[in-house]
Design a binder for this molecule. Structure first.
Ligand code: LRH
Length: 487
């Protein structure tokens, strides 16, 4: 056949979806089969993912997908970093911790005291984030479960295991653990040993495109999918899937994958492991076909979404359209934050934390919700500018165009202001970059699409994109950027 339908399971920090994608030469069409909330649960010992609800949502979604017609294979992607531990019987040891849980600070300090930030970076090339898997595992080593663990599975690998019974570690996501050797493309035996972790916890690596088994009989029975239905290893790190579907037709593009996080950077052929790169906190995560995602995490739409949740709790929440219209009318550059301030990481009352941040930096907090939204979006546009310019400098590249993909690409103010702040054209979309990347990897594995270049060309041909050119007062953006530079 010239095309086929694939089921993409795409779990984000606030919701999960099962999407079917029909793909083949000249064809790429997504249909949402099922969407379900992802609601983290705060227990006395920390913030956890309700991974059973996610598993059940996935099964229900696959059942709906199965009713729509034949499904050639299933692929799973989720956010990075988080994991479950299995005991010797294969049982899950407790509910996985949420990366926004606060347990990791102390463990991170211990790991850095043991290994040193420079040594860690020279091997893993990973930016320092307090929740990197390596720090979480160090925190685990101090828990009562220590000793019982036999296998570490990142969230997508855990779900693949529950679907198929097979055990593996998908490589794009493994590269976000801090225990992966960015140059060699393997688990780092040296770091794992150095930190007193058992090498046997870390399963064999799988590349996107590798087979990951077939559905277990009870899964096939529940979902109605045929017993032999294959699960295909996709780029299981959502950001890797999103970058694989950036609709770039020329090489050397820059991207911002914008959802809960804004991941801003470049695609490179080899990691940059210099001391300057470490000091600037750039990461070298692995992409499809051995590419390197050279980027930095920016706090992203989380800030806006968490503001809206705070206002909802207070019963004062205007709708999103109204908020954005108010933001467009609010005074430009009245208040600017550094989105990467760690005080914004944990869930809670972000508007109050923005107030504290603004007062601390000698600025006046906004007095309307629209003012807060303007502050967030202008600050994100400036962070995109800062990060991409720095990435280009460190990697010896020129910036010519920015591809802004993911849910944030629907936000016209953010797209326009990113163009204005950077002075570069922005191509916005697709909003469903992650699910498209997931489907494309499966389609490629089934021989329906060619290499990464073909995948991207197909996205450019079939998906709706919007184009923004820089407008407005470039010098005003330069002055605003200067306000955020360290004195
Ligand atoms: C985006 C993302 C990002 C990680 C973060 C934990 O969803 O995967 O790439 O750093 O979640």
């Amino acid at each position: 056949p010239s095309d086929a339908v694939f089921a993409a399971v795409d779990l984000g920090a606030t919701s999960g979806r099962v999407i079917t994608g029909r793909a083949g030469p000249g064809k790429l069409v997504l249909t949402e089969a099922h969407r379900f909330p992802n609601t983290p649960v705060r227990l006395p010992d920390g913030l956890r993912w309700d991974v059973l609800a996610l598993y059940q949502g996935m099964l229900d979604g696959l059942r709906t997908a199965a009713r729509s017609g034949p499904i050639a294979s299933v692929g799973i992607d989720t956010w990075a970093v988080d994991y479950g531990l299995l005991d010797a019987d294969g049982a899950l040891l407790g509910l996985p911790f949420h990366y926004r849980d606060s347990r990791n600070g102390q463990a991170a300090e211990q790991v850095l005291a043991e290994c040193g930030a420079q040594e860690l970076y020279s091997v893993s090339g990973l930016q320092h984030l307090p929740f990197n898997t390596v720090f979480q595992l160090a925190a685990h080593q101090a828990s009562a479960h220590r000793g019982a663990a036999r296998t570490m599975l990142l969230i997508p690998d855990l779900l693949v295991h529950w679907l198929t019974g097979t055990v593996g570690a998908e490589i794009t996501n493994a590269s976000t653990t801090g225990l992966f050797d960015a140059s060699a493309g393997t688990w780092s035996d040296a770091l794992i040993g150095r930190l007193g972790l058992a090498r046997s916890w870390f399963p064999p690596l799988r590349e996107p495109g590798d087979p990951a088994g077939t559905l277990l009989p009870h899964v096939a029975e529940y979902t109605g999918l045929p017993a032999g239905t294959p699960v295909t290893t996709v780029a299981s790190h959502d950001t890797a899937s999103a970058v694989a579907s950036v609709p770039a037709v020329e090489p050397g593009f820059a991207y911002v994958s914008c959802g809960t996080w804004s991941l801003a950077g470049l695609e490179l052929a080899a990691p940059v492991l210099t001391e300057e790169s470490r000091a600037a906190n750039f990461t070298n995560e692995r992409g499809v076909d051995g590419t390197i995602r050279y980027l930095r995490n920016i706090m992203g739409m989380w800030l806006l979404e968490e503001c809206r949740r705070a206002w909802e709790r207070q019963g004062t929440a205007p709708g999103l359209a109204e908020l954005l219209a108010d933001a467009a009318r609010a005074r430009p550059f009245a208040a600017l934050i550094d989105p990467d301030d760690e005080t914004f990481l944990a869930p809670g009352d972000i508007p109050s934390r923005m107030d504290a941040h603004l007062v601390r930096t000698g600025q006046k907090p906004p007095d309307t919700p629209g003012g807060y939204v303007r502050c967030v979006l202008e600050s994100l546009a400036l962070a995109h500018r800062r990060t991409l310019r720095q990435a280009a400098g460190l990697a010896g590249r020129e910036l010519t165009r920015i591809h802004l993909v993911g849910g944030g690409s629907r936000n016209e103010l953010l797209c326009q202001w990113t163009a204005d702040a950077t002075g570069l054209p922005v191509t916005a979309g697709p909003a469903e970059a992650t699910a498209l990347g997931n489907v494309l990897l499966q389609a490629r594995t089934h021989g329906l699409v060619g290499d990464l270049v073909d995948m991207r060309r197909l996205v450019a041909q079939t998906q709706e994109l919007r184009h923004y050119t820089p407008q407005g007062d470039q010098q005003a953006w330069d002055r605003a950027a200067a306000r955020l530079e360290p004195a």
